[in-house]
Design a protein around this ligand. Structure first.
Ligand code: UN1
Length: 477
């Protein structure tokens, strides 16, 4: 049995392994991956700390070459890595391959950024003094990533961390070690010096906790649940450490009477159900005005009937399985909650059997939902969406903003006036007009407001805000 090991101080280590199970076929073991201990995590942090002085002063051409070679290898292996991703996470092969390409684009973007690092030179308020403002790397960064984007989210945290001269301790979600291991292997072979990137696979309660408890992490960037995010925040304040949190969403998609029905239905089907609804940018609240409500529900239901739920690797599958039995139970519980709250299950919601044993769930669409129901307030993280009927645009906007979250928001309309007003007044970090609320670009800021996010934005040039610290230096001429 081959064990994919942890990477600590440039060495592959660890033998205590656990199997990585395919949610489309629970008889399929994707591979065996080492489980790090708290002691391993401490050693990884020490290795990253030791590697920091040299890496923080490394030449930009060295960093550029490593990030560029990583991008090139990921892109060249997109079919193979896409298959690995689909096998371990359960999104469809086209979705998975698209995510792999996105990861390659992110490494390419930050390879380019290494060559564009700049500062400012400004005159002092006092005569004969010069002031220069530069960005320096933060130090050792802890990276904790979720299972739903096993390669893109690690890429959008690791690439900027390394680009700006930080060293890294990377803890991927326990369910998806495969893509994480592949990224670490590629970066290691691309020539990253020992200890600059350390991979510690394993449980949050063990490895994640050891990271939270360390005084040697200068920053933690985290994507995952709201509850864990709070723990990251509290522990980080304790250690006077910078933190960046990307957590849940309960994203609204407003559909107005004047919408192009086909555009609205496609945006809602994609936002609510693609990637099995397992995206923090998914839209689970479809807020629809009276005049189009019945036509929209009929057309969306017809669209959902055309979606094949099946093995992620099978050609023609539109929706893969739910990631594991725990998530499936959570989704089913919320479907029961929706019914008991008085929403009408207009379509789907049944567990399905397929050729291979997996966690298959029919997309579920509720109608007659109210915005104060639990299914409208709590993140379900599955293929479950609810239609909320409203009178007009004003009520739609008020309902859209009436949520503890604020990650993304969408509107389907042909009115420039309403689209413009919604862009300006939506209390979300990302707003989409006539587009799904999920599926973002790789080179522009990503993040939200309220309970969805904390700290500066991820991705694009805005990533520098988290991964660097500003220095202002004064010199007497
Ligand atoms: C996307 O919608 O393209 O965990 C990305 C998530 C987000 C990423 C969404 N951080 O679902």
């Amino acid at each position: 049995m081959t064990v994919h090991q942890n990477l600590i101080a440039g060495e592959w280590v660890g033998s205590d392994a656990s199997p990585n199970i395919n949610p489309s076929d629970t008889n399929d073991v994707v591979g065996h991956y080492a489980q790090a201990s708290a002691e391993d995590a401490k050693q990884a942090i020490a290795a990253a700390k030791a590697a920091f002085p040299a890496w923080s002063r490394s030449g930009i051409l060295e960093r550029h070459a490593i990030l560029k070679n990583t991008s090139d290898e990921i892109l060249a292996r997109r079919e193979e890595l896409g298959t690995l991703l689909a096998r371990e996470e359960g999104k469809t092969l086209p979705e998975a391959t698209g995510e792999v390409i996105r990861a390659a684009q992110i490494f390419d973007f930050f390879a380019g950024e290494t060559l564009r690092l700049t500062g400012e030179v400004v005159p002092s308020a006092r005569p004969n003094i010069g002031v220069d403002i530069t960005r320096e790397p933060l130090g050792v960064i802890g990276i904790i990533t979720p299972w739903n984007f096993p390669i893109a989210i690690p890429a959008w945290k690791i690439a900027p961390a390394l680009c700006y001269g930080n060293t890294v301790v990377f803890k991927p979600a326990d369910l998806v070690p495969g893509c994480a291991w592949a990224i670490a292997d590629i970066l290691h072979r691309a020539g990253l010096p020992k200890g600059v990137l350390n991979l510690v696979m394993g449980r949050g309660s063990v490895v994640g906790q050891a990271m939270l408890d360390s005084a040697d992490l200068a920053g933690i960037t985290f994507t995952g649940s709201t509850d864990t995010g709070k723990r990251v925040a509290l522990a980080s304040i304790e250690h006077n450490r910078r933190f960046q949190l990307e957590m849940g969403g309960k994203n609204p998609m407003v559909v107005l009477d004047d919408a192009d029905l086909a555009v609205a239905v496609e945006a809602a089907a994609n936002s609510g159900f693609f990637s099995t609804g397992q995206r923090c940018t998914a839209s689970s609240r479809l807020i629809v005005t009276e005049g189009i409500h019945d036509r929209f529900v009929t057309a969306l239901t017809e669209r959902l009937k055309t979606l094949n739920v099946d093995n992620a690797l099978k050609a023609g599958t539109h929706i893969g399985p739910v990631v594991d039995d725990k998530q499936l139970r959570q989704d089913m519980d919320y479907i029961d909650i929706g019914k008991s709250e008085g929403a009408r299950l207009a379509f789907g919601g049944a567990c399905l059997e397929r050729e291979t044993p997996g966690f298959y769930l029919e997309p579920a669409l509720f109608t007659e939902a109210k915005n104060d129901m639990r299914i409208s307030r709590e993140e379900i993280f599955g293929p479950v969406a609810a239609v909320i009927r409203v009178k007009d645009y004003e009520e739609a906007l008020a309902v859209a903003n009436d949520t503890p979250f604020g990650l993304s928001a969408g509107i389907a309309t042909t009115s420039l006036k309403h689209a413009t007003h919604f862009k300006r007044n939506s209390e979300a970090g990302m707003v989409m007009v006539n587009l799904p609320t999920a599926g973002v670009d790789f080179h522009v800021p990503f993040g939200g407001r309220k309970a969805s996010s904390f700290g500066s934005r991820e991705q694009g040039r805005y990533a520098a805000e988290f991964f660097t610290t500003v220095k202002t230096a004064y010199t007497l001429a």
